[in-house]
Ligand binder design. Sequence first.
Ligand code: GDP
Length: 446
Amino acid sequence: MAFENLSTKLQETFKKLKGKGKINEKDLKEAMREVKLALLEADVNYKVVKSFINNVKEKSLGANVLESLTPGQQVIKIVNEELTNLMGTTESKINFSDSGVTVVMMAGLQGAGKTTMSGKLALSMRKKNKKPLLVACDIYRPAAIKQLEVVGKQIDIPVFTMGNKISAVNIAKAGVKHAKENGFNFVIIDTAGRLQIDEALMEELKDIKEEVNPSEILLVVDSMTGQDAVNVAETFDKELNITGVVLTKLDGDTRGGAALSIRQVTNKPIKFIGMGEKMSDLEVFHPDRMASRILGMGDVLSLIEKAQQSIDEKEAKHLTDKMFNNDLNFDDYLSAMEQMKKLGPLSKLMEMIPGANSKELQGIDFDEGEKQLEKTKSIIYSMTAKERKNPSLVYSSTSRKKRIAKGSGTSIQEVNRLVKGFEGMRKNMKMIKGLQKNAKKGLFGK
Ligand code: GDP
């Protein structure tokens, strides 16, 4: 889970503070020492940690936190604000070109996640009604062009290639021309990376920049490489004057040092984060929401946005209506599960819920939960179409239950559990409806 270690440490520190009615300067100093250690352990740049702690201390003393009624809460509030500032305060949007065709150049070391991110960005732009084109400029790594083509195919977005016998600069130029002539308005240039920064790489990138004059030069860095990522960003920025940073693999970065240092060190905004290998695992970077997540205060806004993007509103309304009319059947149950699944794995959803970073939740086996969902689905799939539409057919028939258990590779007890749960849900809905009716009649008073 992203920021797992830092999150746990900070929450432990703040729990101690919150537990005290009043705190004195010594408590504050001790808490700040713990925050400092937690940040250093998270691999945050030393200078960044130092100025961060100074800012928090200064603000806490200046705001007379110690005399306030809820000093613990006040300190958390200040830390939250400072964490947000550290990461850039507000969301940084993509610079779109006024000329009609926006050109984005992706740069970064090999393996940072450029090709994956190019695909994710293309997909997210298409959702915004742009017409994206991917341009394959990595002519050195043998499988690079093929990889971009595979990504393009997966999301059904065209890829412009000219093989690897032509210079990257010429491919980039031809790619932009092709876009202009064929109605594309968002060009993503996937450039070559190297294992380490070298002069030839930088020269090539500078030449591409000169030739295509991109609106954005996004540097893709692997957040799991911690301070190395920060150093890479500093060098690329000096040479290329990048316009933004994309942090990938944040899903696996339990420390978070790169995310917390890169903005301060380079003074360039983090624009997107990669939270997984799937094409839909792209998130716009919101410093305030990330700070909340780190402090275990959740990220309900991102969760709602994700739901809005992923859930079919008409289907959701249809399901709710059926639920209230109490004619929900097993087909609807399946559909509800499919909708849930679109939001992503349970473990990732839990990260966005307030308090979910706490130790108690970290002990939950989310994989087991996913397995249960799969089991439930296979039980329903083993029912006949008629049974799915009429749950009552299954309720009272042992022979049907036996057949379903056999078909789904489960036991009759497991089928019973599902059927009982479903029956219970329908009974509850009936009761709620009854209560509503009574309430309307005024039986419960005003
Ligand atoms: P490139 O050499 O910079 O083009 O890097 P790739 O796009 O080929 O990515 C390198 C590896 O990192 C691939 O296995 C990707 O699936 C993986 N990867 C990329 N982005 C993410 C991410 O956000 N999270 C995770 N877990 N893996 C990622």
